[in-house]
Design a binder for this molecule. Structure first.
Ligand SMILES: [Ca+2]
Length: 572
């Protein structure tokens, strides 16, 4: 599950950063397999020059950026790629990174790399370090690594360090969700063992995207129910919505990976109250695997009829996402379930090919009188910052994170530049605003209404400027405007959906032992069975046999393990 979420975040950021956006441009998959989205911090901590006060017993606030009187050394390891920004001086190395030299100047911390390797060698090198017990002081780790380190007792207690030293800017990010994520990395005694970075869980919310120009061409209304959607989709197949005299369009996109990061079956399933490959709360309060529930059976039955009617592409079971995107861009399809960022890619390309193409987002339709409720992850953790328990100054981890936020603030905008040798993604710890997209959406809309730009953060500016250009008639900014700014656009609707019910994927733990052992073969069984049912090569009754096999082949054990984890969480 976490890999899936990671892929989504990675892809979104790849897409977005290729499209101009500063708010997502600072993104990098590092050796520690994390992916982050960034926003600009909007608070900055005071830069005091106080010397380190003596360690009091009671947690009392200390200067977040207090300079050590004597230099201290903090060790790290790094998997790195060449700087993304072409303006970075060629001579810049991880050791001469502007962040590293500035850290020394401001805090008197010497950052030493035990080793640095190209990103693709990081995982192997890091597991060797783990095996040999030669861990650095500060590490950015995955959830699985965190669990292993915690079980092995390798992690420093960060409670006092965080409570005493975290700057308001850092706290605002780490605890933006009210402390839920932080609690996941706090042990049973209340000791904070890791500081999480995470994304807004709503960033994967499913919406219904429809070509409203096709609706208008055929004199159809926006569908509110699955039944109406089916009628619209049939008309898109049979009634020549593009008016070229050929039967060359189909209704709804889907690709061979049914549950993935785009152009897939999540939207139709969720609309019908089915949540395959998610752990949702069952009627007795325990967690159940969505793929084995009666709602999923019913949804598969419906998808089977859609396939038969030609609403789904006859070739979808052979198509990956790229192929489906080609259909969208070529104007062959008018309905696609998906996320807020579709206008930025690839709907913008569909519009480039056909300026009349109008894509609009709507909430999930209802099914049999019940409103479709989208699924979102309970938690979307991208990486966890931890300290080795041997580390002499664990508070330095927190102070370094404070430093990153400080240096990212507008105050340092002239100094903190690639041409000055600052390579942000070689530096850890970096924490980002989990609600950067939502915050930018809000500020940009306020500025558009008031015509006053003074409330904008530096990262908002390109989005604001693009919106102004779009509103003045520059159609090339449509994708950008419809994704991030328009009230009826992708994020605008996502933001409104925050007031509506959601279903949570409740399991946010590391893979359970049986999942590790049998999860992949169970996923394969699920994928193959569902595809066979949808394309009609197996009858719906196959589902009942599947549910039985799924349980026997490890699913029942996994369900127990997942519920053990769940019971554990509720005790915290
Ligand atoms: Ca046609």
């Amino acid at each position: 599950m976490s890999r899936k979420r990671l892929t989504i975040a990675l892809v979104v950021c790849m897409l977005l950063s290729s499209i101009l956006l500063a708010a997502c441009a600072k993104e990098e998959p590092s050796g520690s397999q994390e992916t982050t989205q960034t926003g600009e911090p909007n608070e900055s901590a005071s830069n005091g020059g106080d010397s380190e006060a003596s360690k009091g017993e009671a947690p009392e606030a200390k200067d977040p950026l207090g300079k050590y009187e004597e230099p201290i050394t903090v060790t790290q390891v790094l998997g790195f790629a060449p700087p993304q920004d072409a303006n970075t001086p060629k001579s810049t190395t991880p050791e001469t990174n502007g962040y590293v030299t500035k850290l020394k100047e401001m805090l008197n911390i010497d950052l030493k790399y035990l080793w640095t390797v190209p990103t693709d060698q990081f995982a192997q090198k890091f597991s060797l370090s783990v095996a040999s017990g030669e861990l650095p002081d500060v590490m950015a780790v995955s959830q699985s690594e965190f669990e292993k380190f915690r079980e092995d007792g390798l992690l420093a207690d960060l409670t006092d360090a965080y409570r005493q030293y975290a700057s308001p800017a850092l706290k605002a990010y780490v605890e933006k969700d009210g402390g839920t994520a932080l609690k996941m990395f706090t042990d049973a005694d209340g000791k904070i063992l890791g500081l999480p970075n995470y994304l807004d869980p709503y960033s994967s919310l499913q919406l219904l995207w429809i070509r409203t120009d096709w609706l208008e061409a055929l004199n159809l209304e926006v569908p509110q129910t699955i039944e109406e959607l089916e009628k619209v989709a049939e008309a898109f197949v049979n009634d020549d919505p593009d008016r070229n005299g050929k039967k060359d369009t189909y209704g709804i996109t889907m690709n061979k990976a049914l549950i993935t990061w785009g152009f897939d079956a999540r939207g139709p399933f969720y609309s019908m109250g089915a949540y395959p490959k998610a752990w949702v709360k069952g009627s007795d309060g325990t967690l159940v695997a969505g793929e084995t529930q009666p709602e999923t059976r019913k949804a598969l039955e419906k998808l089977q009829t859609w396939y038969k009617k030609g609403i789904l592409d006859k070739e979808f079971a052979f198509k990956d996402i790229d192929k489906v995107v080609e259909d969208v861009v070529a104007g062959k399809v008018g309905i696609s379930f998906g996320e807020w960022w579709y206008p930025e890619w690839p709907l913008n390309l569909s519009k480039d090919g056909d300026p009349k193409a109008e894509w609009q987002a709507y909430p999930l339709p209802s099914f049999e009188g019940k409103q479709g409720i989208p699924l979102i992850p309970k938690m979307n953790v991208t990486k966890i910052l931890v300290a080795n328990k041997e580390m002499k100054n664990p508070e330095a981890l927190v102070k370094m994170a404070n430093f990153y936020e400080e240096i990212s603030s507008p105050k340092y905008a002239d100094e903190n530049k690639p041409e000055n040798g600052y390579v942000y993604n070689w530096f850890e710890p970096r924490f980002y605003n989990p609600t950067a997209i939502a915050d930018t959406y809000k500020r940009v809309n306020e500025a558009l209404t008031s015509k006053d730009e003074s409330g904008l953060d530096p990262g908002d500016k390109p989005i604001y400027d693009g919106a102004v250009q779009y509103l003045a008639g520059d159609a090339s900014k449509w994708g950008h405007y419809m994704s991030r700014v328009a009230e009826n656009g992708g994020w605008g609707l996502t933001e409104r959906m925050k007031a509506e019910p959601v279903v949570y994927n409740e399991f946010a733990g590391v893979p359970t032992p049986t999942q590790v052992e049998k999860g992949a073969s169970l996923e394969k069984l699920t994928d193959e069975t569902f595809l066979k049912i949808i394309v009609g090569s197996a009858p719906i009754a196959e589902f009942d046999k599947y549910v039985e096999s799924w349980g026997k082949l490890g699913g029942n054990d996994i369900t127990n393990e997942v519920n053990d984890w769940y019971a554990e969480q509720s005790k915290k």
